[in-house]
Design a protein around this ligand. Structure first.
Ligand SMILES: C[S@@+](CC[C@H](N)C(=O)[O-])C[C@H]1O[C@@H](n2cnc3c(N)ncnc32)[C@H](O)[C@@H]1O
Length: 314
């Protein structure tokens, strides 16, 4: 039975499935790369007991403080206020080895989406910020100001898969300064082509631009690729990698990195004699991604786009 935890402002997605596939035992070592409000970590701590070790990363100071308080009864944990791109060095620094599980639950916690001051949502007005880590120097407003029309087009296309990326980049550059989420959303609503407005099951026309800006501000895709490679390197034999992603760009990266890690050769197909010396390190546990049931989506609508992949170290 999934734990109902909305009293913490964020229901952990696919928690019963994560528990099943993690195969954790008492005394195990787990790394939660996206602590959030600590829902999945709370379950991991129960599974590994007082002799186990939890290492958790969170780059948002508000969530970090919340989770520390939530998990304060447990001494066997290291909670690190850092980007998970520092995974390998932080594990090494602490002399930790024998990791049985590395877990990623990507994206935003509900509390971040719901806080208008963070600037993640176009449904409420707030500053165009979008930083997970408030210490980092670049906000979404700065991205719109500083990037050329051409580079903005590229970001909307590559990180948002936005069909009208060129058009939106042009109107944004002509209407600067844009300082708030509603200002940006209304501008796009105004210029969105009619076909987009007419679509039956249409998404808000600013959805993809907001996704692209968030990915750019937090460099999410580069960081994810790097961290997944590190995750594979720190697992012990039989240890598992579990990743929950929420959009196709993330899921593609997870799928490709896991797939490459299962191959003995990753040379391009035109190379006839292998020169990469790559060796398979992982096996795939879930051939197709696991998605939430209709019941879970009804209870926790934010889980609707979740896809979970699992692989095991050889
Ligand atoms: C979907 S939430 C995780 C929710 C969590 N599993 C729970 O049960 O409460 C994702 C969290 O990961 C954090 N996050 C996203 N990217 C990160 C990164 N590169 N490094 C560290 N934390 C990150 C976000 O700030 C957010 O709090």
């Amino acid at each position: 039975m999934p734990l109902k935890q909305s009293e913490h402002g964020h229901d952990p997605v696919l928690i019963a499935t994560v528990e099943k596939y993690s195969k954790l035992k008492k005394g195990d070592t787990v790394v939660d790369c996206t602590l959030g409000l600590g829902g999945h970590s709370e379950m991991f701590l129960k599974k590994i007991g007082p002799k186990g070790t939890l290492i958790a990363f969170e780059q948002d100071e508000d969530n970090y403080k919340y989770a520390i308080n939530r998990l304060k009864g447990n001494k066997n944990k290291h909670i690190i206020l850092k980007n998970f791109v520092h995974l390998h060095s932080e594990i090494e620094k602490r002399g930790i080895n024998g990791v049985r599980l590395v877990f990623f639950d990507l994206g935003l916690a509900s509390t971040q989406v719901d806080d208008s001051k963070r600037g993640f949502s176009f449904l409420q007005d707030g500053p165009l910020d979008m930083r997970f880590d408030k210490r980092s120097p670049v906000t979404a407003e700065m991205v719109l100001d500083r990037l050329s029309e051409r580079n903005l087009t590229k970001i909307f296309r590559d990180y948002g898969e936005e069909r009208y990326s060129k058009k939106y980049a042009r109107i944004i550059k002509r209407n600067l300064p844009i300082k708030t989420t509603r200002q940006l959303a209304k501008l796009i609503e105004h210029y969105a082509p009619r076909d987009n407005k007419k679509k039956k099951k249409r998404i808000h026309p600013a959805t993809k631009v907001f996704q692209a800006l968030r990915i750019e501000v937090n460099q999410e895709l580069e960081v994810l690729k790097d961290a997944l490679e590190q995750a594979i390197s720190i697992l012990e034999s039989g240890g598992r990698l579990i990743v929950i992603s929420y959009h196709s760009l993330e899921d593609r990266i997870v799928k490709n990195i896991i797939r490459n890690a299962t191959k003995d050769c990753i040379c391009p197909p035109e190379i006839l004699v292998c020169s990469c010396n790559h060796k398979a390190e992982m096996k795939i546990i879930t051939k197709k991604p696991i998605v939430p049931t209709d019941e879970e989506i009804e209870e926790n609508p934010r889980s609707r786009s979740a896809k979970m992949r699992v692989a095991e170290k050889l």
